[in-house]
Design a protein around this ligand. Structure first.
Ligand SMILES: Cc1ncc(COP(=O)(O)O)c(C=O)c1O
Length: 357
């Protein structure tokens, strides 16, 4: 039996999507083999690949002046591939640091080029989304930030206002609601939250921004080379691409991102409202900056943490342990987690409080 899975990533995938893949596993499209066993250059795979890409473009309403690339290496690889390409002209990269991931992006990026932290919420343990002051666009290569901090549960609900080219890590928030692509020069996301299985990393890049790419780099490190080759410069992660395509069809079938926006806001507000209503649990994040995807919470008596995790697991609620760097609990409530899962979690939390409070 499947249980309610609150893992931060790799994360829950809709059951219908998994069942469809299961049905097709041994004999895909009547080719007599699974999708994992055929050439990525075959006409069958090519159709799946381009349909997935087009569905992704449709769902996010990505304009034609953007490239959409299906890459590998995870979001972490983008921490260095980005500055290798766009910070080769001596200008520093401006970084907003609002949690562990944007902090890592800056630390990794600083091994490639100079960097400058232009706003940070480290002073308050990453419990808010810091505002960036006006910056002189001519002085920086671009501005990097994380739209959603998966570990700290902090989000920018609007992109930071800046005249610099804007680069956003959307790993844990992409496809959760519509976004205005034109506000960004470059977006990247590891797949293993709202997109599909780990192994795929999606990049959405403004063509005008890609013109600044470092053409001295090997092809595999150049976005334009991936674009010229339809993201098949080398063998792509075919199964992840195929399954992500099924997730995109599932999203489209339900009415696209407007539907998920409504669901995700309902799920998040239901859970936050409950947490705020009791003294037993709390969430430390500034209310207006709370994530709709990752909800960290603590039990005031932290000696109950391990009992909470044991009992929630026994109740069929998986992976509620907070990240080791912040402790406590965290419920990741991506697209494939329905409101029923949230209601079950809240029912369990109430019962736990009644028993141990
Ligand atoms: C916001 C964010 N950025 C970057 C990463 C790193 O992703 P990956 O493991 O795909 O390199 C993660 C992973 O959870 C993340 O949540």
């Amino acid at each position: 039996m499947r249980k309610w899975n609150f893992c931060a990533g790799p994360a829950v995938i809709n059951e219908e999507v998994l069942k469809e893949a299961q049905e097709e596993l041994l004999n895909w499209k009547n080719v007599g083999a699974s999708v994992m066993e055929v050439s990525h250059r075959s006409k069958e795979f090519d159709q799946v690949a381009s349909e997935a890409r087009q569905d992704f473009i449709d769902i996010l309403k990505i304009p034609e002046n953007y490239e959409v690339l299906f890459l590998q290496g995870g979001a972490t690889f983008q921490f260095s591939m980005l500055p290798m390409n766009f910070a080769h002209n001596g200008k520093p990269v401006a970084h907003i640091v609002s949690g562990t991931w944007s902090e890592k992006a800056e630390a990794e990026g600083s091994k490639i080029s100079s960097t400058e932290v232009v706003a940070s919420s480290a002073d308050h343990n990453f419990t808010y989304a810091p505002e960036v002051q006006e910056l002189n666009a001519g002085n920086y290569a671009y501005l990097h930030y994380a739209a959603n901090e998966t570990i700290h549960g902090v989000a920018y609900h609007q992109p930071p206002v800046s005249t610099l080219p804007l680069v956003s890590d959307m790993s844990s928030v992409i496809l959760s609601e519509p976004i205005n692509i034109e506000s960004f020069d470059f977006i990247y996301a590891g797949a293993q939250k709202n997109i599909g299985p780990a192994g795929l990393t999606i990049v959405i890049a403004k063509k005008e921004f890609l013109v600044n790419e470092n053409d001295k780099l090997p092809n595999i490190l150049r976005y334009t080379k991936h674009a010229e080759n339809d993201s098949m410069l080398n063998t792509p992660p075919t199964f992840a691409w195929y399954l992500s395509g099924k997730v995109f069809k599932w999203i489209k079938g339900l009415g696209g991102l407007d539907y998920f926006k409504e669901q995700n806001h309902l799920k998040a507000s239901t859970l936050y409202n409950y947490i705020d209503s009791t003294e037993f649990y709390s969430n430390p994040v500034n209310k207006s900056d709370r994530s709709i995807m990752n909800v960290p919470f603590i039990i005031h008596d932290s000696s109950l943490d391990s009992i909470f995790l044991e009992e929630s697991k026994a109740a069929g609620l998986l992976n509620l342990k907070g990240h080791r760097s912040v402790g406590g609990m965290r419920a990741s409530i991506y697209n494939a987690m329905p409101i029923e899962g949230i209601n079950e979690l809240i029912a369990f939390m109430k019962e736990f409080e009644a028993k141990h409070g």
